[in-house]
Design a protein around this ligand. Structure first.
Ligand SMILES: Nc1ncnc2c1ncn2[C@@H]1O[C@H](COP(=O)(O)OP(=O)(O)OP(=O)(O)O)[C@@H](O)[C@H]1O
Ligand SMILES: [Mg+2]
Length: 343
């Protein structure tokens, strides 16, 4: 695939509205006027809570979903007018797709897909071998797919996406469901081989803050369809330099606490799945001096405090600051899934 000029991905006011309900009258903006540029060779991460629109954005960029309005250029090609060129420019690794034949071996699967892409057999074999070696799957090339572990299956999906040597690799939650060792292998492969050695542009979505911090040159935070911030992990953390997060465990809290106290940079997450009850309130404060006042107003509002501790700002807090208290005030409260936090 010949690389064209300019950035790997440019989106302009990209919007996707889903309609539902009686006469399709209820509209929902899953992606809301997203303007994003990903440079060539960049490792870019999309972060955000469940339902933020990350997968939908990836699907639009990979031509699987048509946007309601706005445009995007991928490898210089228009996602609507040049769908085929866009597809030839990307490798895609989705979540939970059934893309492989269970009875075929890893290698047979790869050769089958290569034939769909019209890659000559000899070339396909040597490319598949090379990729399987890089990812540490070569010794299992002749093992049937149904005997692959989850980690092996994920690696094979990445190899498949790299078969055509497309310049851009898009991955939706590549390390979800993997044990820590497999997740690390996948991350290292993406960073060392795919970005550094092959020079590809990598865009992934993730819920793991450490994954984003470790791998990404830049990250974008999405919240309710909007891209609320873009920057390098350190740039984003710098914005938080003066601030700390106070983490308060409550016996009988809920999103109402955020409302009642009028907290601006706060996040409630419940422990039980039930939005009210036991859980943690995380509040970003400019200085420690704010804490006693905060504790006092919490007690005055009738909540029972179990534990209070201060934490250094993390990327997680940047997100809390940006997506802010609004996240849990409207709509159903979901427990944010952000992987392991620094505790
Ligand atoms: N085909 C569809 N029809 C209707 N609504 C949809 C459709 N696809 C996605 N949505 C809605 O769009 C919103 C964004 O979904 P999306 O899957 O893009 O979020 P996400 O950021 O990938 O979330 P997660 O972190 O849980 O994977 C959600 O509210 C979802 O229910
Ligand atoms: Mg998703």
């Amino acid at each position: 695939m010949i690389k064209s000029e300019g950035p790997a991905i440019i989106t302009k006011d990209l919007t996707k509205i889903f309609k539902s309900g009686l006469f399709q009258k209820t509209e929902f903006k899953a992606v809301d006027s997203v303007n994003l540029t990903v440079e060539r060779g960049e490792f870019f991460g999309l972060l955000g809570p469940n339902g933020a629109g990350k997968t939908t954005l990836i699907k639009i960029i990979s031509t699987l979903t048509i946007p309601t309005s706005g445009t995007a250029l991928v490898n210089g090609y228009d996602i609507i007018k040049q769908e085929r060129e866009v597809r030839n420019s990307i490798g895609l690794v989705g979540v939970g797709e059934r893309i492989f034949y269970w009875r075929l071996t890893g290698m047979q699967n790869l050769l089958f897909f290569s034939s769909l892409y019209n890659i000559p057999l000899k070339e396909a074999e040597s490319r598949a071998e090379e990729l399987l070696k890089m990812v540490g799957l070569y010794q299992f090339a002749d093992t049937r797919y149904m005997n692959y572990s989850t980690g092996m299956q994920r690696k094979l999906a990445i190899v498949r996406a790299l078969l055509t040597d497309a310049p851009i690799l898009l991955l939706d939650e590549p390390s979800i469901g993997l044990d820590p060792i497999s997740a690390r292998q996948v991350r290292e492969f993406l960073k060392e081989h795919v970005q550094r050695k092959m020079g590809k542009t990598v865009v992934l979505t993730t819920h793991y803050m450490e994954e984003a911090e470790q791998l990404c040159d830049r990250v974008g935070f999405m919240s309710r369809g909007k891209l609320v911030a873009v920057g390098s992990p350190s740039e984003l953390k710098d914005k938080m330099k003066q601030e700390n997060a106070v983490v308060i465990r409550l016996e009988n809290g809920g999103p109402w606490v955020v409302d009642k106290l009028g907290l601006q940079k706060a996040w409630w997450s419940s422990e039980s799945g039930d939005p009210t009850g036991k859980g943690t309130l995380r509040v970003v404060v400019e200085s420690d001096n704010e804490v006693p006042e905060l504790i006092k107003s919490l007690i005055d509002s009738g909540v029972k405090i179990v534990e209070v501790k201060m934490e250094e700002p993390s990327l997680y807090d940047v997100f809390v600051k940006l997506a802010g208290s609004q996240v849990q005030v409207e709509g159903p409260v979901r427990r944010p899934v952000f992987g392991r936090r620094r505790e």
